[in-house]
Design a binder for this molecule. Structure first.
Ligand SMILES: [Zn+2]
Length: 299
């Protein structure tokens, strides 16, 4: 009679030990912060880094919205943490400023307009490009790295997979090949390049975390920011383009990997729950237009 409960107890203990080991290992491997212990950044500013018009939304929503005109926002974000300033993406090139013809990464597909320069928006809070200590880039599409030339002394943070990809040979999608060529040109050869493998805690205190979300491109990443009053905010990069796509798991045809794209959206959903995070979608113009704009900020 005693044997069965003892065996059962032993089984439970072993199972518990295994579960705990699993948990500890998972924590040791993950660079994502502990939601309770994470440090905070002081300020998060949104910068208007362009807007774009495309004449066929179905490129971003395969099977839906064929031939429909769509307008996207391009957003950069600036984070103040102590004496550090981290810029997230650098937007449409300043050379496009007030150009009625606009600028394009894929001329038949999309045209970008820039109403305000990055330099002028930094000046609104008394900063010069040289004050930016870090530039982290979500991925290497031209509308996200158009102004890397303004930041020759900054530490550039990008995924190694992204860097290796744009420096590899062409694939079968000509649009993608064109984007890779433009990426190499716009990125140039940064002096202080920090290549990241997976998730990474930028300042070592859980305040700002690079989150690997591949699929749109092979080394795409998103950003998790922790603020004292606003809590956790996730900046999307292009892990998803619109709220609608996020709801329906829709993957744009330009993405380099569909399965990875779906998995990355799942990772973000999981993080929104874990961190009770707000999620700001870079290109969703309707949503972006409702958010604070520099010199206003989130704290
Ligand atoms: Zn984009």
């Amino acid at each position: 009679m005693l044997k069965a409960p003892k065996a059962a107890l032993a089984f439970v203990l072993v199972a518990l030990a295994l579960m705990m080991e699993g948990t500890l290992d998972a924590n040791a491997d993950s660079k994502l912060p502990d939601p309770v212990k994470a440090g905070v950044a002081e300020k998060l500013f949104r910068l208007d880094c362009g807007r774009s018009i495309a004449n066929d939304e179905s490129v971003w929503t395969p099977g839906e919205n064929v031939g429909r005109r769509v307008e996207f926002s391009s957003t950069c974000w600036l984070i103040k943490r102590g004496s550090e300033w981290l810029l997230w993406d650098s937007g449409v090139p300043e050379s496009a400023h007030n150009d009625p013809q606009g600028w394009s990464t894929l001329p038949k597909l999309i045209v970008y307009h820039l109403d305000k320069t990055l330099t002028d928006q930094l000046a609104e809070i008394g900063l010069k490009p040289g004050d930016i200590t870090h530039v982290a880039i979500s991925h290497t599409h031209g509308d996200h790295i158009g102004n890397m030339g303004l930041f020759p002394a900054s530490t550039i943070l990008m995924q190694r997979a992204e860097y290796d990809w744009i420096n590899s040979g062409n694939g079968s999608n000509d649009n993608v090949n064109q984007l890779m060529a433009l990426a190499r040109q716009l990125l140039g050869t940064p002096k202080n390049l920090r290549l990241i493998d997976g998730d990474a805690d930028v300042f070592g205190d859980g305040s700002v975390t690079l989150v690997s979300t591949p699929g749109h491109t092979p080394g795409h990443q998103s950003l998790l920011v922790h603020l004292k009053n606003s809590g956790f905010i996730i900046l999307s990069g292009d892990v998803v383009h619109t709220e609608e796509n996020f709801k329906k798991d829709i993957v744009p045809s330009l993405n380099t990997n569909k399965e990875e794209s779906v998995a990355s959206m799942g990772k973000i959903r999981h993080m929104i729950a874990t961190y009770k995070a707000k999620f700001f979608i870079n290109h969703d113009k309707k949503e972006t237009d409702t958010l604070k704009l520099i010199p206003a900020f989130y704290d």
